[in-house]
Design a protein around this ligand. Structure first.
Ligand SMILES: C[S@@+](CC[C@H](N)C(=O)[O-])C[C@H]1O[C@@H](n2cnc3c(N)ncnc32)[C@H](O)[C@@H]1O
Length: 287
């Protein structure tokens, strides 16, 4: 998109939204409003009052760059560098999964199984911590909890550490770069994980925002999507404290297969919880 400094903000947004819509992007106007607010350095609410102002050279150039990136199917969250998850704003970046709203189902499930959250001091292990989304949300809800996030991706570990620092959780939790298959320490009260669970053959058909921008390491669950669960089930079984619980995110079509894998590893499945869209999303099991 070319830059027109004399154009009003409203006109620039409308012109950009047409370009996004023409390239097949849903919610084009909403995306353009978010990008324009960021380019101008104002909140969404403040944008309305400024819409008849000229966009100007500096914000106009920034907005044009943002729009070009969005036309290239880069998600708004990646362009802006952050994503709201649960009650926090998390940094995200290349090499880290953009956290999904569906994963908040897992946070709700943990809270339901731990009514004494303000007094208890659970130990929390997050396997495949990515940006640290799940770990940070739980550390926020359990003020006395301590935790560890593991991830094989150096980029994800770097971002998760920054999120722990920014949210002031770094004194209660750490991030370790390692393959979960090589991890053997513990006696954890809660083990949480949102592992890669997409079938390898399905990835290319996902929206470009996912297939081109989320790292394959975060998506690819192998031929049948279940590789990670086969590794994690016996691991979790050996790492849980006697009264411990595991909360695993699953794909919508894995509500039978994942519990079966957990049962074989000696875990007792307590519930398969659905997300807001009605799809099975989290398996909860006990040691
Ligand atoms: C679906 S993402 C989840 C990220 C984050 N927990 C979230 O919910 O937003 C899965 C994560 O598992 C990590 N991962 C994949 N295989 C792994 C392995 N063998 N050991 C440790 N982490 C792994 C990926 O790098 C990725 O960050």
């Amino acid at each position: 998109m070319d830059t027109r400094p004399d154009e009003t903000i409203a006109d620039a947004i409308r012109r950009a939204a047409r370009m996004l819509a023409d390239s097949g992007i849903k919610d084009a106007l909403r995306d353009c409003r978010l990008l324009a607010a960021a380019a101008l350095g104002v909140e969404q609410a403040a944008l309305i009052a400024r819409e008849t102002d000229r966009i100007g050279q500096s914000a106009g150039v920034t907005f044009s760059v943002f729009v070009k990136r969005r036309i290239n199917r880069e998600p708004v969250s990646r362009i802006l560098g952050y994503r709201g998850f649960w009650k926090e704003e998390l940094l995200i970046g290349a090499g880290v999964l953009d956290p999904r709203a569906d994963t908040e189902t897992l946070i709700e499930a943990v809270l339901d199984y731990a009514p004494d959250r303000l007094k208890s001091a659970p130990t929390i292990l997050d396997l495949g911590s990515g940006s640290g989304a799940i770990l940070c949300a739980l550390l926020g809800e359990f003020p006395k909890a301590t935790g560890l996030g593991l991830d094989i991706s150096p980029a994800a570990c770097a971002i998760a550490r920054r999120n722990l620092e920014r949210l002031k959780f770094a004194d209660r939790a750490a991030i370790r770069e390692c393959d979960w298959a090589a991890f053997n320490q513990g006696n954890w009260n809660f083990i949480v994980s949102n592992p890669p669970y997409i079938e390898s053959g399905e990835i290319a058909a996902l929206d470009p925002e996912v297939s081109q921008w989320d790292p394959a390491l975060a998506l690819d669950g192998g031929l049948d999507g279940l590789d990670a669960y086969r590794t994690l089930a016996p691991l979790v079984s050996s790492l849980l404290a006697p009264e411990g619980l595991v909360f695993l995110e699953i794909g919508f079509n894995q509500s039978k297969t994942v519990p079966h894998i957990l049962n074989i590893a000696g875990l007792t499945v307590k519930e398969v919880r659905r997300d807001l869209g009605g799809n099975p999303r989290v398996v909860i099991a006990a040691a």
